[in-house]
Design a protein around this ligand. Sequence first.
Ligand code: SF4
Length: 169
Amino acid sequence: MPVNATLINLYHICHRELWLHAKGIRMEHTSDTVYEGKLIGNTSYQQRPEKYTELEIGGSKIDFYDARNKVVHEVKKSDKAERAHLAQVKYYLWLLEENGVEGATGILEYPKLRQTEQVVLTDKDRSDIMDWLTDIDLILARKECPGLLNKPICQRCSYFDFCYSAESG
Ligand code: SF4
C-alpha cells in the first residue's frame, strides 16, 4: 500500500495500528469515534463556503482545500490537539509542494475545543517527512505485526478488542 496521509497519521499514533491498517485489517466501520468524526465532518461544517474543495493528491484526500488562498483546512473532532494531526497536515503541505504548489499553509480546526492552529512547512519538516516515509516502509515490510502500545489511547482504538483479546487468548 503506498503511503498516504492516513498512514502518516497512524505512524504518529501506533506502529501496530499503522501495520494493521496498511495490511487491510480494518475495524473502523464499527467505531463510534470514526462515526462521530464523520458527523462533525458532515454537520458542523456543512455550511462551508464553496471556495473549499475536496482535493485528491498523491493517494491522499484533502477534505477542505481553499485553492485560491492555498490553505488546507483539516477538521478534527477530538477534544485534544495531537501530534499526529499536525503531522498529517504537514504531510498535505509537503504533498502539495511536491506537486508544484509552493507556499501552501494549513489550519487545524478543533470544533469541540473551539480552537484552531496554523500550520506551515519548514525545512525541518521536509527532512522529518523523509524520515517518516523511510521508517513507514521499514515497518510495513515487517512480516510480524508490531507489538502492543499498552497506552491509554488503546481504550479508544477500534483495534482494542482485536489487540487485547488476541493477547489474552
Ligand atoms: S489497541 Fe493499542 S496497540 Fe492495538 S492498534 Fe490500537 S493503539 Fe495500537
